[in-house]
Design a protein around this ligand. Structure first.
Ligand code: SF4
Ligand code: SF4
Ligand code: FES
Length: 304
């Protein structure tokens, strides 16, 4: 078989460039196989992250020929033959070295999601009984492997570092939807989504859905329904009247928002010590007040 040429980004936060490696082609290989052969041969110091080599751990995300993909699930024979294969690290996250980025932004946003808080079970035995459609809705979102490629392509943060403190991103939006649509959950995260998680900044371009290796319909099944719920809770007078008349089953929105720790940029200490939980401060008084108040002026644009 002919040789393959791999152009791989080499460098760190201070700068770098693409380096070319020409390797013998081997039938049936994926991109990660060739990267491993390069590590075992001409570039033993090449840094790349991987774990399962089965498309399930989400570690090996990279930009292959300009598209976010899993290196372990991208077959070499699916790429244009005879052309160099370009591999770059995900651009949205700070570069550590070569193909490895610091994705701790995502964990910081994940820690701010108010947890599942179940109501009393309906039966004396304490069992939760749910409609099958409610079970299946959540199962789609549970397929996420946290590859963060959806976060990587989202234009809201890809080229706008300043949006990160008030934008949860598509991966977190599916988690919010999973919890918000759970029939037993009592937390209400809609005001938090509107005021501090930037749901309104998403303009439904669907780029996140297109790159998801688990084929989760992020925009159609999570972001759009979340936007509808936020609009209902904030602006629909009939919904407001309904909540006044009917018994509320959810915790008040402001209370759920207050319980979420504020965003804190990851520090160099966090990168060294992953067990440190940044943040912990409570939301400002404005965010905790009546619906309609905006805690962060930059979040004003996020009204859905
Ligand atoms: S649909 Fe929204 S979340 Fe997804 S990439 Fe576009 S702007 Fe980002
Ligand atoms: S939603 Fe899809 S693209 Fe986003 S982190 Fe999960 S698996 Fe990856
Ligand atoms: S190595 Fe686990 S998803 Fe690629």
């Amino acid at each position: 078989m002919a040789d393959v040429t791999m152009r791989i980004w080499r460098g760190d936060a201070d700068g770098g460039d693409f380096a070319e490696y020409t390797m013998p082609a081997v039938e049936g290989e994926v991109v990660l196989d060739v990267v491993h052969r390069i590590q075992a041969g001409p570039a033993p110091d090449l840094a790349c992250r991987w774990n399962c080599k089965a498309g399930k751990c989400g570690s090996c995300s990279a930009e292959i020929n300009g598209l976010p993909r899993l290196m372990c699930m991208t077959r070499m024979d699916s790429l244009p033959p005879g052309e160099p294969v370009t591999i770059a690290p995900m651009r949205t996250f700070p570069l550590i070295r070569d193909l490895v980025t610091d994705v701790s932004f995502n964990f910081t946003m994940a820690r701010q999601i108010p947890a599942f808080e179940p109501r009393q079970a309906d039966t004396p035995d304490g069992a939760f009984r749910m409609q099958q459609m409610d079970v299946e809705r959540g199962q789609e979102f549970r397929k996420c492997i946290e590859c963060f490629m959806c976060q990587n392509v989202c234009h809201v943060i890809r080229d706008h570092e300043e949006n990160k403190p008030h934008y949860a991103g598509p991966r977190m939006f599916i988690r919010y939807m999973e919890l918000e649509s759970h029939p037993y959950d009592t937390n209400d995260r809609r005001e938090l989504l509107r005021q501090r998680m930037g749901l309104g900044l998403c303009n439904i371009t669907k780029c996140c859905t297109e790159v998801c290796p688990e084929h989760i319909k992020i925009t159609d099944n999570a972001i759009i329904p979340l936007k509808e719920r936020v609009v209902d809770s904030s602006y629909d007078p009939l919904a407001w009247l309904g909540r006044k008349i009917l018994r509320r089953t959810k915790k008040p929105a402001a209370a759920a928002a207050v319980e979420a720790p504020a965003f804190a940029h990851p520090t160099s200490e966090d990168r060294l010590e992953r067990t440190t939980v940044p943040g912990g401060a409570t939301v400002s008084t404005a965010a905790a007040s009546a619906p309609g108040a905006v805690a962060d002026p930059s979040a004003a644009a996020s009204d859905a």
